[in-house]
Ligand binder design. Structure first.
Ligand SMILES: Nc1nc(=O)c2c([nH]1)NC[C@@H]1CN(c3ccc(C(=O)N[C@@H](CCC(=O)O)C(=O)O)cc3)CN21
Ligand SMILES: CC(C)C(=O)C(=O)O
Ligand SMILES: [Mg+2]
Length: 278
């Protein structure tokens, strides 16, 4: 399995890192088979799987359940679990309880948390305790209520400068990689050049790696598609056609056919069947 060391080496050699979210065993199995370097059990789970309209309602229990499923599907892939809203903000002991569940109980290889300066101390404590941590700056969806929507971040020079300084502080605190979301291409490039650790972008231009949401990549009922998404398949179309055929067949009794049925030779002897078997 690839490790923190592998990812550092990939950055050094200029080999791009392909990261993708996944939330269940079959999708994780396909991601592993496709050669995804790193799977993220993102709290985007709340939006693309659970039907919420933000990531805020997602709980540690949700991430634990789905990380377990992903690990079963992709046992040989490095799996990062998102720490959800308000699960790492109140005290280190509460944070530690949640991180322990994701790593020990669910089998995550690392955890990811959103934020800059305000998260540096937590990152340091976790790394000192032996926990691999991924950072996340730029657009941080758990703060959607404060940010007032999903907007490009770091457009102004002072914001961009702050994000670079926060990224450096997080690197100093020991993160193994940094996710940068929804920032101008120039900032993504600058961060990749400035940091020694891999910068994994989503809507951040050409960075050391890329990450996208599974459902966006395969075109599976993701309601709002941000500009940074490239849709590589249209799975909704395939599923819809399949489901429509199933319903149609049931309605005209084309399904089930003989091959889908169980027969018994004793049928005639059993009064239960009334001797009218086909
Ligand atoms: N399906 C899905 N894909 C994602 O990438 C994703 C989620 N869900 N949920 C959690 C967060 C939320 N994300 C989002 C959501 C919306 C935009 C968006 O609409 N951005 C505007 C930018 C407008 C601007 O400021 O110029 C866009 O038009 O792309 C961006 C990131 C990324 N994450
Ligand atoms: C969009 C990625 C980076 C994420 O945090 C998620 O999927 O939750
Ligand atoms: Mg997330």
């Amino acid at each position: 399995m690839k490790t923190t060391k592998t990812f550092l080496q990939m950055k050094k050699e200029g080999v791009p890192i392909a990261m993708l979210t996944a939330y269940d065993a079959p999708s994780a199995r396909l991601a592993e088979r496709a050669g995804v370097d790193m799977i993220l059990v993102g709290d985007s789970l709340g939006m693309v799987v659970l039907g919420y309209n933000s990531t805020v309602p997602v709980t540690v229990d949700d991430i634990v359940l789905h990380t377990k499923a992903v690990k079963r599907g992709a046992p040989s892939t490095f799996v990062v679990a998102d720490l959800p809203f308000f699960s790492y903000h109140t005290s280190f002991s509460e944070t530690a309880t949640h991180v322990r569940r994701l790593i020990q109980e669910a089998g995550a290889d690392a955890v990811k948390l959103e934020g800059g300066y305000e998260r540096v101390e937590t990152v340091r404590q976790l790394v000192q305790a032996g926990v691999p941590v991924v950072g996340h700056v730029g657009l941080t969806p758990q703060s959607v209520g404060v940010l007032g929507g999903y907007r490009v971040q770091g457009k102004e020079e002072d914001d961009a400068r702050r994000i670079v300084e926060e990224a450096k502080a997080l690197e100093q605190a020991g993160i193994l990689a940094l996710v940068v979301e929804c920032v101008p291409q120039q900032l993504g490039q600058l961060l990749s050049q400035t940091l020694t650790i891999p910068v994994i972008g989503i809507g951040a231009g050409e960075t050391d790696g890329q990450v996208l949401v599974y459902h966006d990549v395969i075109g599976y009922e993701s309601a709002h598609i941000p500009k940074f998404v490239k849709q590589y398949a249209n799975v909704s179309e395939v599923i819809e056609a399949g489901l429509q055929s199933y319903v149609d067949d049931v309605k005209v009794r084309k399904f089930p056919e003989k091959t889908h049925m169980y027969m018994t030779k004793q049928a005639e002897k059993l009064s239960l069947y009334g001797g009218e078997q086909k």
